[in-house]
Design a binder for this molecule. Structure first.
Ligand code: DAK
Length: 260
């Protein structure tokens, strides 16, 4: 998608890091269908672009995203949504092979919280608030909330959060393990970018296959996961970056990784 045509999303390139920003601040970045379509197109374009090695996804100072657009959903019927099938684009976010770091200030609620949790890491500003208020609207999470929270917090804490719909602070989210780091708000994007730069220096194929193996761990038995990991490990011996990494160690110099 041409960047000039984007209405809700902007992209800035800073070396190997792409900074993707949601821009619908007057509506607290509520995720309408057109916005999610644009976001998915942009993330996939970054995934295809060899110059990009890591993606930082952020919102505004008051909201990362306050959820799916309630105005848009209010009149929808079950059959209408099923036929429209447009919520399916959400699955494509999980298909992005490069690391995505969420830099979250303000509200990350409902689909906004699920979007942050779909990212690989979360850096939170002190103002960040995470929660699943769908129950207060008569519904429930639909983009992975019941799955991510339960896998991270365990049944009891997850049910409390999902049943009450009450948000938690950045600090609490860090203690519970969904957030990597809490920083002052104005440091949120810089810290995420800094971490993204560090990851971008590493060999891209190894980074990609580590991501694949870790998500497989959430999905499979220990034995199957071990075997999958071993095969991905063998695969990295086909890359030049593996030769470069090991040679550089033996020659006592910094490696320079090229992504193949
Ligand atoms: N949708 C639409 N507009 C929203 C919005 C939302 N989620 N959140 C905020 N806004 C709009 C407000 O209507 C208001 O617009 P104007 O009246 O100025 O035109 C503007 O943003 C500012 O909001 P407030 O005036 O309410 O601001 P406050 O600071 O007073 O309150 C708040 C902030 C975040 C506490 C409040 O706005 C709020 O409670 N927002 C709703 C949060 C929420 O319930 N989110 C969950 C929505 S349900 C799925 C994928 C995703 C989903 C489901 C399925 N599939 C893949 C199947 C996701 C579902 C959801 O997220």
């Amino acid at each position: 998608m041409e960047e000039a045509k984007l209405k809700y999303i902007s992209v800035e390139h800073d070396g190997a890091v792409a900074l993707v920003r949601i821009r619908r601040e007057d509506q607290l970045n509520a995720l309408n269908l057109a916005l999610v379509d644009e976001l998915v197109e942009v993330l996939e374009a970054c995934d295809r672009d060899d110059a990009v090695r890591c993606i930082v996804l952020t919102g505004g100072p008051k909201a990362f995203a306050a959820g799916a657009d309630i105005g848009e959903m209010a009149e929808m019927t079950a059959i209408g949504m099923k036929k429209l099938g447009q919520f399916r684009v959400w699955d494509r976010i999980r298909g992005v092979s490069k690391p995505i770091l969420a830099a979250v200030n303000g509200f990350a609620l409902g689909g906004g919280c699920e979007l942050a949790m779909t990212c690989d890491l979360i850096i939170a500003g002190e103002s960040a608030r995470f929660g699943q208020p769908e129950v207060k609207l008569g519904v429930m999470p639909g983009a992975g909330g019941t799955q991510w929270w339960t896998r991270t917090l365990g049944k009891a804490r997850a049910l409390e959060l999902l049943w009450t719909g009450d948000p938690i602070t950045a600090e609490e989210a860090w203690r519970l393990g969904i957030v990597n780091k809490v920083v002052p708000d104005d440091r949120c994007v810089p810290e995420a970018t800094e971490m993204a730069r560090r990851i971008a220096e590493r060999p891209p194929m190894a980074i990609r296959l580590i991501k694949e193996a870790v998500y497989q761990a959430l999905d499979t038995t220990l034995q199957d996961g071990m075997e999958a990991e071993r095969n991905l490990f063998y695969l990295l011996f086909a890359t030049e970056d593996k030769s470069e990494g090991m040679r550089a160690f033996l020659e006592k110099r910094r490696p320079s990784f090229r992504g193949f």
